[in-house]
Design a binder for this molecule. Structure first.
Ligand SMILES: *Cc1c(COP(=O)(O)O)cnc(C)c1O
Length: 973
């Protein structure tokens, strides 16, 4: 007998091991899948499907992959280049203690972070309850009637408030007045957004706004409460003056301060907005955080963003759902109230849970402590001889520093603290929940040293005597957060179980595949997630001095270089904090370029009918006029129609926005020709990169004719969907458009082209960027290409297995490929079955819940269809479980077709079945309880029970209710 050869050490040190964890099928699975599809190899399949005309000439130039442990070590070293100082910078970003129970069980828990946007209401009841808590928290604290969940950041919320006011206000004026003390980043984003819409923005000192409005009309005013430098002003006279002058009043307010201050609603505001960051979300160099927007009742149908409402289910019990979706971009397109799609659901859930955990008394105590420490800090500074500019404050003081401003800031940095330059000769100091007595004393020491020999004050002497600097006329008297949910879960045990009870109601990737076309619900690996709560990434302020953010600068440089390899573009900005924002920034770049050539009159944007709703909505926001281009029977853009439209609008053509592969899941073979045609007519080509999961490593939009793309890092590059956000939507451009990428003057980044900021922070949702960094670093060029190819393989396997049972819409009809050949997703056409059985795509979607699946994308991009995108991360076993369910459902439809089951009373129409509906009362249906609950044997091992029956959409919109349900509503059921 011979001894087996010793394996080589290098084989034991497999640097590709993460790739095998990320990609579901192994080599044996792949062979079996190919056998049912047809082609002999994965290569042959890809060659048959991806047009050779777009193939990359060279592989991506990326560093060789690292293992999970190695990548974490390398990233930790990079993170260490950030310096975490105590922040007194304020300006919309504050230190906060994320309660451990929320940190571990929400922010770091895949049951929450891997969930999808709650379009399928029945399997999203847990997160929608948390979002209704968020909306209630906002309406209670702001004193407004209705709030959404959520906005992307405070600055974009301020800009959305401006456009909301322009839409709903009665004034014909195009002038928008902004108080002198709003957050500078909000002003910057407002200026960016106002320009293409022809709105003029005037910054006016708050004390002069009334007179200014009397002299020249405006459609709205924006006030900050408290002001950026701490002052708390009675806004009533300004709001009254605004109303008298026919303008709406918008108030940007700090939620923690509102526990102590008269609410904007009580002051008469029409719209309130702000960030919820300090409710438990770390500063994270600027994001992700949920912002809020709340209005009076009259404007509810014009509110941008998502709104969770309460309806009833098929058994009459209360059930949550997304309300008033007809306002949203996916329905109203260029007439939508905004382009927001992915929002900030996970941070909104964190903020709402912070309020649930602390309750009204806990929040008030935190706020009182901040206000007291601030007042004590003020007394001590005055005793040291410093002059304060305001006699009111919540958490921020403005100190006259004269010519010692810079010396004081430097001394503070030497003491491990950041102060903010509030003007040429003043400094601002902010405290927060994390501030301590020792912090106050350390600040006195910094200012004391600068003041000379004056002895430092004694904190004990002030502790019980100094009152908060809240003006008496503005002390809050109204109650808030009175609903039981905010007054029950205050022990950690209760809180833990509340969080668990909610997540148990939901289906996320930790339980089942989520085969959503266009949304790429792939693995969000734990190693990718771990770095986001490292203090070096999480605890830094976006406007800290650049040398303290060197780690982020390097992360930015590396990640943009790698994404440039993947896309073929030359310049990338990570600032946009969702795909929609990337679209907006990309269209601004195109506009900026046209303007730089004296061609500002180019204002037509061609958009194929297959486009995602954000495309026309974004075009509208930059003032472009949308012209729809037809698609042909194969799902490709109709090039004859395109030529005709180009000719017709030759002088005014600004751009075309296409998605590649298209939202129909088609690799249009003539895409190069399409791009050339638009270029010939002087337009630029925007390639929506949401479907990059079909391209990475195979083809690059920047090489086949695209001029601009956005990526969705929360789709292709592994940032989890978070139940509807956060996202990152980098905007990527070719060389001549680089000068027109977004800048950020507040953070000291200005660009020649003059396109301003599009987000509150220079790196947008900075704190989640490490996720995509880890993914690329662990996959390498080969691994990423294998992922793309497997995504296409998996989609074709599903198409091949289901082709005998369902019509595959827009398949390529390629010989030798069972199912005809699709890209990374396939569309199942259920319209013929509706004819023969009355069963709709929605019925199938709901029946899939009984089988333990999240439904595919319903009725997008084609009504009456389901779009399935399995992604590379799903194993063959899971794909088979899904295909088996779809095939079993087809057999159920056949029972309806044959008349064995009535058209209106069958397992599909009655889906999803709750446990209660099976055990209570008499069973009157023509199918068994068995069939209802356990239609396939594997469900006996693991069964997901829908917490509610089918949710009534019409009832919800007719009886709009968007806050916490009174407990009595549950008792009656
Ligand atoms: C998801 C998506 C978008 C919008 O991206 P968000 O991050 O949700 O704003 C745009 N286009 C397509 C094709 C998409 O799938």
């Amino acid at each position: 007998m011979t001894t087996p050869a010793l394996p080589r050490l290098s084989d034991l040190e497999n640097p590709r091991e993460f790739t095998a964890r990320h990609i579901g099928p192994d080599a044996a699975d792949e062979a079996r899948m190919l056998a049912s599809i047809g082609p002999a190899s994965r290569r042959a399949l890809i060659d048959a499907i991806v047009p050779p005309s777009i193939a990359r000439p060279a592989p991506m130039d990326l560093p060789a992959p690292l293992t999970e442990a190695e990548a974490l070590t390398e990233l930790k070293a990079l993170a260490g280049k950030n310096r975490v100082l105590t922040s007194h910078l304020g300006c919309g970003y504050f230190g906060t203690h994320t309660p451990g129970v929320i940190l571990r069980n929400i922010l770091e828990n895949p049951a929450w972070y891997t969930a999808y946007t709650p379009y399928q209401a029945e399997i999203s009841q847990g997160r929608m309850e948390a979002l209704v808590n968020f909306q209630t928290m906002v309406t209670d604290l702001t004193g407004m009637a209705i709030a959404n969940a959520s906005m992307l950041d405070e600055a974009t919320a301020a800009a959305e408030a401006m456009t909301l006011a322009a839409r709903v206000g009665k004034s014909k004026s195009t002038r928008f007045v902004v108080a002198h003390d709003v957050l500078p980043q909000s002003l910057e984003v407002i200026q960016t957004r106002a320009k293409p819409l022809g709105i003029s923005v005037d910054q006016v000192h708050a004390t002069e706004i009334a007179a200014s409005l009397a002299a020249a009309p405006a459609f709205a005013v924006l006030l900050q409460y408290p002001g950026v430098n701490g002052q708390i002003r009675d806004l009533r006279p300004i709001i009254d003056a605004a109303h008298a002058a026919g303008a709406l009043a918008i108030v940007a307010a700090d939620l923690l301060a509102l526990t102590l201050l008269t609410s904007p609603g009580e002051l008469g505001a029409d719209i309130a907005l702000g960030t919820t960051q300090r409710f438990g979300m770390p500063m994270g160099a600027g994001g992700p955080h949920a912002a809020y927007l709340a209005t009076q009742d009259a404007f509810k149908r014009s509110l941008p963003g998502r709104l969770v409402g309460v309806s009833i289910d098929s058994h009459g019990a209360p059930a949550y759902r997304l309300s008033l979706q007809t306002r949203e971009q996916h329905i109203r397109r260029e007439k939508a109230t905004s382009n927001i799609c992915t929002a900030q659901v996970l941070p909104a859930v964190v903020a709402s849970m912070y309020a649930v955990y602390h309750g009204p008394e806990g929040l008030t105590r935190i706020a009182q402590r901040v206000a007291r420490l601030t007042a004590i800090l003020a007394e001590g500074l005055k005793a040291l001889g410093w002059t304060l500019l305001h006699d009111s404050a919540f958490d921020t003081l403005q100190v006259a520093a004269g010519d010692r401003r810079d010396a004081l800031m430097a001394a503070a940095v030497a003491a491990g603290r950041n102060l903010r330059a509030a003007s040429a000769d003043t400094l601002a100091i902010s405290l927060d929940e994390t501030s301590t007595r020792a912090d106050v004393e350390a600040l006195w020491a910094v200012f004391g040293a600068a003041a000379g020999d004056t002895p430092l004050p004694s904190l004990d002497a002030y502790a019980d005597t100094v009152a908060p600097m809240i003006p008496a006329a503005l002390v809050r008297s109204s109650a808030f957060l009175t609903h039981p949910v905010f007054n029950t879960h205050h022990s950690e045990t209760e809180m833990l179980r509340y969080i668990r009870a909610l997540s148990d109601k939901d289906l996320a990737l930790d339980r089942s595949m989520i085969p959503l076309g266009s949304c790429t619900m792939k693995l969000n690996a734990t190693s990718e997630m771990i770095p986001i709560t490292w203090p070096e990434f999480a605890q830094v302020h976006p406007f800290a001095p650049a040398d303290q953010l060197a780690g982020y600068a390097e992360l930015n440089a590396q990640l943009t270089a790698w994404l440039a390899q993947a896309t073929g573009y030359k310049g990338i900005s990570l600032q946009p904090n969702a795909g929609s924002q990337g679209e907006y920034a990309g269209l601004l770049a195109i506009q900026g370029w046209h303007a730089s050539r004296g061609e500002s009159h180019r204002n037509i944007c061609l958009i194929p009918e297959s486009a995602h709703g954000t495309n026309p909505a974004s075009a509208q926001m930059v003032g472009l006029q949308v012209v729809v281009v037809k698609c042909d029977a194969n799902g490709s853009v109709d090039l004859d129609d395109l030529r005709a439209k180009c000719e017709k609008h030759a002088d005014q053509l600004a751009a075309i926005m296409i998605t590649y592969p298209s939202t129909y899941g088609v690799f249009e073979p003539r895409v190069r020709e399409l791009c050339q045609l638009v270029h010939d007519f002087g337009g630029r080509v925007y390639v929506d990169g949401a479907n990059m999961n079909a391209l990475v490593g195979l083809a690059a939009p920047g090489e086949f004719g695209g001029d601009v793309s956005h990526l969705n890092l929360h789709k292709t590059f592994c940032i989890p969907h978070g139940g509807g956000g956060p996202g990152v939507g980098p905007v990527c451009v070719v060389e001549d458009l680089v000068p027109f990428l977004p800048g950020h003057a507040t953070a000291g980044e200005t660009r020649e082209g003059g396109v301003g900021a599009v987000s509150a922070a220079p790196l947008g949702n900075a704190a989640v960027l490490p996720i995509s960094w880890m993914y690329i670093r662990m996959m390498g060029a080969e691994g990423l290409k294998a992922a793309t190819e497997t995504a296409i393989l998996n989609a074709n396997y599903v198409a091949a297995r289901l082709a005998a049972h369902y019509d595959i819409h827009f398949s390529g009809g390629i010989d030798g490929i069972q199912g005809g050949g699709v890209a990374h997703e396939c569309i199942l056409d259920l319209r013929p079955l509706k004819e023969t059985s009355g069963i709709s795509a929605e019925d199938v979607a709901k029946r899939l819940i009984d089988y333990g699946f999240h439904a595919p994308t319903l009725s997008f991009p084609v009504a009456g269809t389901l779009m399935v995108e399995p992604t590379e991360s799903e194993s063959l076993a899971e794909l088979d479980r899904f295909c088996d369910a779809m095939i079993a459902i087809r057999a159920e439809i056949a029972q309806v077709e044959s008349g064995a089951w009535p058209r209106e009373d069958n397992p599909l129409k009655n889906a999803p079945h709750t446990a209660a509906s099976l055990v209570s009362g008499e069973w009157t249906h023509g199918y068994s309880r068995e069939t209802a609950a356990y239609p396939v044997a594997s469900l006996r091992r693991t069964k997901y029970w829908s917490p509610v029956g089918r949710v009534d959409n019409v009832h919800g919109d007719r009886n709009l209710f968007c806050s916490c349900v009174p407990m009595s509503a549950f008792e009656s059921n």
